[in-house]
Design a protein around this ligand. Structure first.
Ligand code: HEC
Length: 149
């Protein structure tokens, strides 16, 4: 008798846990569309989209690139005019690393953001040794470059 009741109780507990788990799953699933509501999309989502860049600030920050780059002359690094939208490793007359030339990358803002976080991480064997740690600074520089057609 006592044993039977214990079994019933256990069955009830198992059922309760199962239904709780189902609720939790539903709840989690219910949350997913929330991530895409416009209100939340407007707030910076970590790692999803880079912050909005300011090209005026970007022009100032671009000075840190000018040790090696300029807009119109190949130098230590390739010239930058028109880089946003350009295929990596495609400036004539500049001697790229074989790795960057073969990378197949097109310089979208997202790829530039990854490049500036760590060129060798993005393209092992690349020969640019410079990173920009601050996400907002990267966005500013990329916004500036996007305007240099
Ligand atoms: C210390 C020198 C140095 C600095 C500073 C530097 N770069 Fe470079 N950069 C290079 C070199 C060298 C390459 C060529 C890489 C290769 O061939 O692997 C390069 C390549 C690039 C490319 C690829 C261009 C192409 O035509 O495919 C981009 C984009 C770039 N740099 C952006 C920047 C930006 C933006 C900054 C400033 C935040 C910067 N770099 C600072 C040396 C530098």
């Amino acid at each position: 008798m006592r044993l039977a009741r214990n079994r019933l109780l256990r069955a009830a507990i198992v059922a309760a846990i199962a239904s709780l788990a189902a609720d939790l799953v539903q709840c989690q699933m219910g949350r997913v569309p929330l991530l895409f509501t416009p209100a939340l999309a407007a707030t910076p989502a970590p790692a999803a989209a880079p912050p909005q860049g300011d090209p005026v600030l970007g022009q100032q920050l671009y000075q840190s690139c000018m040790g090696c780059h300029s807009l119109d002359e190949n130098d230590v690094g390739p010239r930058h005019r028109g880089v946003v939208g350009r295929r990596a490793g495609s400036v004539p007359g500049y001697s790229y690393s074989p790795a960057l030339k073969a990378s197949g990358i097109v310089w979208t803002p997202v790829m530039l953001d990854r490049w500036l976080q760590g060129p060798q991480k993005l393209v092992p064997g690349a020969k640019m040794y410079f990173t920009v740690a601050n996400p907002k600074s990267r966005a500013d520089i990329i916004a500036y470059l996007a305007k240099q057609h």
